[in-house]
Ligand binder design. Structure first.
Ligand code: ATP
Ligand code: MG
Length: 395
């Protein structure tokens, strides 16, 4: 930890709060990462100051966390989230606390956090508060709930997916009691908003252990999004896919479709509230993976014509990941060749055909014919030749 020092603007926020008599600490993910010796990607601060006191201390700051009281402080064109110590009670809907109370005590704030490794705080003078043994769990590589796991998952069912997320990201195991509670409380995930599930699932899919997403399925955490669970021992391969959101989501959705867990990859991506682009490209790519993929350049050009470059590349990369086929290389060499696969690249246009005397549907049909012809004979994408073909005057 000694060699990771928070940036100056973060230290300035801490010192300003402390200077006004409000104890303030770095907390959560950034402390975990510092103890691990990993550079944190953001810096969260918790403090005894109330939201209005934080707002008053830092001009230009805004209340962004609603009733949780989080204030986003703008300092030297950086943003830092500052949250008052809080305690939460009663979770009747298994996802939100009914009551949030601001408290004066750091330990109360740490005790509402999900896992021991996320429940450590660091004071501005470098003293770690670790009331639940987070540093020891980090050393042993264990994800363990703060407090009684069953109760913590009843409060917020998302924590079960978060446990899998941190185990996938850090390569940690899940403590035995925490795991037992996940098995028992899995059905509570049905109460979660699809967007929150999606965000955790995406982090799992993008982690070094994306197969953990299938473990989430086997544990029943995604039952409310599926018709049924896949058979045991689904052949894996998610880890062989490129580490990009589109390929990982497509590969996962395709596997679920393939094993009859969802009506289609497209419907699953939609239910997960993914953005329109991912749904469209993922659905097209999964569709391609259900057919025998092309074996020659002409086949790939037909694919490109029908589904576009991005979906075809995604399908080729997923196929390579799952079945080590070498499709992406073939497709890339087709793209590099610059050969025609779309009407835009064809050496004649609809207007050329109209000038030749073609009308109505005949124009579209002739364009289709010519495109199919140059896909097969790329060297013949020449204007004069295609015009003579269209006019029926070729030799
Ligand atoms: P990452 O590096 O992936 O952002 P993180 O630990 O910062 O990891 P966040 O989701 O950003 O994770 O949450 C910040 C902190 O807030 C966590 O470290 C944890 O202390 C607390 N926290 C977040 N979500 C929950 C939750 N659902 N229940 C309890 N505590 C939570
Ligand atoms: Mg974070």
């Amino acid at each position: 930890m000694a060699n990771i020092i928070p940036p100056k603007y973060v230290r300035q926020v801490l010192v300003t709060l402390q200077g006004r008599g409000y104890p303030a600490f770095l907390v959560g993910g950034c402390v975990r990462d510092m103890v691990l010796g990993v550079q944190p990607h953001d810096w969260d601060i918790c403090t005894a100051a109330l939201p209005e006191q934080i707002l008053e201390l830092f001009p230009g700051s805004r209340l962004t966390g609603g009733e949780q009281g989080t204030v986003t402080v703008r300092i030297h064109s950086h943003f830092v989230e500052v949250t008052p110590f809080r305690a939460e009670s009663r979770y009747t809907d298994h996802r939100h606390p009914d009551l949030v109370q601001f408290v004066a005590d750091l330990t109360a704030d740490l005790s509402r956090r999900d896992f021991t490794i996320n429940a450590m705080a660091l004071s501005p003078d470098g003293i770690v508060s670790d009331p639940f043994g987070g540093a020891a769990d980090l050393r042993r590589g264990v994800i363990r709930c703060v407090g009684e796991p069953e109760r913590r998952f009843e409060e917020d069912a998302l924590r079960m997916l978060r446990a899998l997320r941190f185990s996938a990201k850090l390569g940690f195991s899940i403590d035995l009691f925490t795991m037992e509670a996940i098995r028992e409380k899995a059905p509570l995930c049905a109460h979660l908003a699809a967007e929150r599930v999606r965000d955790e699932l995406e982090k799992i899919l993008m982690s070094p252990a994306p197969e953990t997403a299938l473990e989430a399925v086997s544990l029943g955490l995604l039952d409310s999004f599926l018709h049924r669970r896949p058979p045991e021992n689904v052949p894996e391969g998610l880890g062989e896919l490129p580490r990009r959101e589109l390929e990982r989501w497509t590969g996962f959705a395709w596997l679920l479709e393939h094993y009859g867990c969802v009506a289609s990859a497209e419907s699953f991506l939609q239910t997960m509230r993914l953005d329109g682009r991912t749904v469209q490209l993922g659905a097209a790519a999964a569709g391609l993976m259900n057919e025998p993929l092309p074996e020659d350049a002409a086949g790939w050009k037909r694919c490109l014509r029908r589904c576009g470059i991005e979906a075809s590349l995604c399908a080729a990369r997923c196929a390579d990941g799952f079945w080590q086929t070498g499709h992406a290389k073939e497709l890339k060499s087709v793209l590099k060749s610059g050969e025609c696969f779309s009407l835009r690249q064809l050496a004649v246009t609809g207007n050329d055909l109209i000038a030749l005397g073609l009308q109505g549907r005949a124009v579209g049909e002739m364009l289709d014919f010519l495109l199919e012809y140059v896909i097969e004979y790329p060297e013949n994408n020449r204007r004069e030749l295609l015009l003579s073909l269209a006019a029926g005057t070729e030799e």
